[in-house]
Design a protein around this ligand. Structure first.
Ligand code: RM4
Ligand code: MN
Ligand code: MN
Length: 430
């Protein structure tokens, strides 16, 4: 097993940073006090913030063309857990890991649970995978899974999702996330309505197998692997399916699954309004499902999404309890570094959204003062809340500077020795 980051190293590194952090924190505290904001209340909220890490994000991703394996990348779920533990030890806001089955399937789930417990990690949403065939699979998903024209293929896909629920129960998860690659590549290839009917029928069978305290999250995606139409193409099809299924079915928003320039924050608001916001897959994108690091391109969009989320929290919106998760693919960076950076970036958006003066914004909105509405949001967004994030990590035993501390630890080099390259350099999304 790869050695975790030594607590003494975290303490040593923090020691070097502490004086400067305290100065910056105090200065920010004064600035916020002038706006009647108590920095301690905001830091307490930052400490409560949690975002799950995708198990598949700890490995090096690839594209349709190739994959360049990273040094010491995890070869199985046990090693993915080790990396996730490192991320959480340093970041202190990622105590949950979201598994993907059958990629992460093991023969003994109680052993897996014991291992995660020993690392202070919990399990997030279970992601089912019916977008590829497994070795020796009797009926192919080449032409779809839950919406396949072949009932036997549909049954296989349904059964896999029901299995996912069983495995999830053993891990203590409470959510099943369903994303399917079903769709078509040619106009006319598929009868839109019949295909959606088949999908809904399959989903109803899965929904019937959902424990009463679970949720099912439906994830829409505009294209890929189907390039002409997908069965759950957009949030419209998504919410329709969720409404058709029942209260335990909700919609999941993956930021990269929309056309460029789509107003995602408004989609979020609509889903909140109708109690259908299940959760998020955070990432950033320039062209499509790029799965880039959260906040690396559109930090303002990410902030505007959190503006809606914090607004719902502020108004005690009924049925509001979305799940936050990262869904990224890291091709050219160390995935551990990208995931730590991304978790902090999403946390940053949340904290900045807490600074919005909401009574003031409502007043400006009522008076149609568009410029001051915008400035109210920008004022919060432009406040550098870095000291709050660093202090929140420090107070929870994490690193003031997670990347620097991680690099200092030599964890990746050591992983490289203990996890020789598997030679898997074929193409593939993850
Ligand atoms: C998809 C989608 C799903 C994820 C797979 C790996 O594009 O985002 O959430 O499970 O990729
Ligand atoms: Mn996703
Ligand atoms: Mn995706």
């Amino acid at each position: 097993m790869t050695q975790r980051i030594d607590k003494a190293l975290i303490a040593d590194e923090n020691q070097k940073e502490m004086a400067a952090l305290q100065e910056d924190y105090d200065a920010l505290g004064c600035k916020l006090a002038r706006q009647d904001i108590d920095i301690e209340k905001i830091t307490a909220k930052a400490q409560e913030f949690q975002i799950a890490v995708p198990s598949w994000g700890t490995g090096t991703g690839g594209t349709r063309f190739a994959r360049f394996p990273g040094e010491g990348e995890p070869r199985n779920i046990w090693e993915k857990l080790e990396d996730s533990a490192v991320i959480n030890d340093l970041s202190q806001c990622t105590e949950r890991v979201s598994p993907h089955f059958p990629w992460d399937k093991v023969s003994d789930f109680s052993e897996l649970k014991q291992t995660s417990d020993s690392m202070n990690l919990k399990w997030d949403s279970i992601n089912s995978n019916t977008f590829q065939d497994q070795l020796g699979q009797e009926h192919s998903f080449k032409y779809g899974s839950l919406s396949n024209t072949n009932p036997a293929a549909r049954d296989l896909a349904i059964q896999h999702n029901l299995d996912c629920i069983e495995w999830g129960k053993e891990l203590g998860s409470k959510t099943l996330t369903v994303w399917v690659g079903d769709g078509s590549n040619h106009p006319g290839q598929q009868h839109f309505q019949s295909a959606f009917e088949r999908y809904l029928e399959s989903m109803k069978t899965i929904y019937a197998g959902l424990p009463s305290d679970w949720e099912m999250h439906i994830e829409h995606k505009m294209f890929e692997p189907a390039f002409y139409s997908t069965i759950i193409q957009d949030w419209g099809s998504n919410i329709l399916a969720a409404m058709e299924l029942g209260d335990q079915a909700k919609s999941l928003v993956d930021l990269g699954h929309h056309a460029p320039n789509v107003n995602i924050e408004m989609i979020v608001s609509r889903l909140i309004q109708f109690k259908k916001l299940g959760g998020f897959h955070f990432n950033d994108s320039k062209y499509g499902d790029d799965d880039l690091d959260s906040g690396s391109l559109h930090p303002y969009q990410q902030f505007l999404i959190f503006n809606e989320l914090v607004d719902a929290q502020y108004r005690n919106q009924e049925g509001f309890n979305p799940n936050y998760m990262l869904d990224q693919s890291h091709n050219v960076t160390d995935p551990i570094e990208s995931l730590m950076n991304s978790a902090a970036s999403v946390q940053r958006s949340y904290v900045a959204a807490l600074l919005v003066n909401r009574p003031q914004l409502t007043e400006y909105q009522t008076n149609n003062d568009a410029l001051m509405c915008s400035n109210t949001l920008k004022n919060a967004f432009n406040t550098d809340i870095s000291p709050i994030l660093a202090m929140a990590r420090f107070r929870k035993g994490g690193a003031i500077d997670p990347i620097a501390t991680y690099r200092k630890s030599g964890y990746r080099t050591q992983a490289g020795v203990e996890r020789p390259n598997s030679g898997g350099n074929g193409s593939g999304i993850v």
